[in-house]
Design a binder for this molecule. Sequence first.
Ligand SMILES: Cc1cc2nc3c(=O)[nH]c(=O)nc-3n(C[C@H](O)[C@H](O)[C@H](O)COP(=O)(O)OP(=O)(O)OC[C@H]3O[C@@H](n4cnc5c(N)ncnc54)[C@H](O)[C@@H]3O)c2cc1C
Length: 367
Amino acid sequence: MTFPTDYADVLKRLGRIDPIEYGRTRNYIDGAVTRLSPYVSRGVISTKQILQSVFDRGFRLEQIEPFVKELCWRDYFQRVAQEKDLQGDIIQPQASVNHHDIPTSIMRASTGISGIDDAISGLYRTGYMHNHCRMYVASLTCNIARSHWRQPARWMYYHLLDGDWASNACSWQWVAGANSSKKYYANQQNVNTFTRTHQTGTFLDVSYEDLGSMDTPEVLEGTTTNRLVSDLPSSGSIRFNADLPTFVYNYYNLDPSWHKDQPGNRILLIDPSVFEQYPVSPRCIDFMIALGGNIPELQIYVGSFASLSHTYALGDAYYKEHPMNQDYSGIMEERDWIARDVIGYYSSFSSYWRAIKSLSQLNVRES
Ligand SMILES: Cc1cc2nc3c(=O)[nH]c(=O)nc-3n(C[C@H](O)[C@H](O)[C@H](O)COP(=O)(O)OP(=O)(O)OC[C@H]3O[C@@H](n4cnc5c(N)ncnc54)[C@H](O)[C@@H]3O)c2cc1C
């Protein structure tokens, strides 16, 4: 599994989506998922652009609703992040927490559940994990090993090329019952079905009733405090033309089509304080920089927005709205949304989806 960084290859991947097969198979590890999330999370393409491309190929909403809903899950979590502090438990405190570390066997991919261990090894190898496996890992970690969700979420975010704190924290909390009404469990039969494995006799090979009340198995008992650091590139000096507007890119906005035809200073801002709070792996840093190669004359600046602004007397720089950009100033532009006008906090995805459907609020049109 590879993740090319050339924009033309990303657009090719967009053109290969099979949204009907997706609805039938997305829960299986070999299902027709798109693997577009690294590009969505890095702001190279938007959910709106994905949906438009599928409509442009002649698919209609009623044929592909499961696919559209998943895209909207992503927008939904972004809306939650605009309203809530995602460092804390969103709806209710996670119940039955024994510690704030990570089970060592999860980190070592040695839980003994082969469908899950293979998924963790795959994450280390590729920077990607299938959604269902992410749910299994989070369930094992939070609900069987009783870890609080936050440190394990940071560990997974560190390794994911599609690391997005909104989707990540909201999903971990959803599994752990802190952003939902109940905890999510999967037993061995469920794992076998969707990961195409055939294990029996494991600690997960029990009924759902027993799963909810079982003691933490020995293999999940040992824990590790994970120390994550980002290895950032060094900053060179910037060629700056004060007569041109400035466009500020970052880990969450690497959109090559943004103000594409407008001359300007184009700066990839790598703010160490953001990467200290949300560390990412060397592979993720390399991926960001390679994706930046799609933006002509993009220059890297390592430092805060304030120091960039002060050093180069920036004036009104352009940037895209994002909860991690609270300290930016200048001309803030909206991100692309599938439902631009459905804003604010909805306590569940179903209420958000209902609002979109009842108001016919799709910001994308069928062909
Ligand atoms: C514990 C856990 C942690 C997660 N962490 C992240 C994360 O850091 N970054 C991230 O982008 N997603 C995260 N997700 C959501 C989801 O797993 C990924 O978006 C999805 O697996 C990406 O693969 P894909 O592009 O092949 O998705 P596809 O299934 O092909 O979906 C198409 C697009 O729809 C969106 N999407 C699909 N499923 C979801 C979902 N459940 N939630 C939100 N958006 C969705 C994504 O933008 C995705 O690219 C997490 C889920 C869980 C359970």
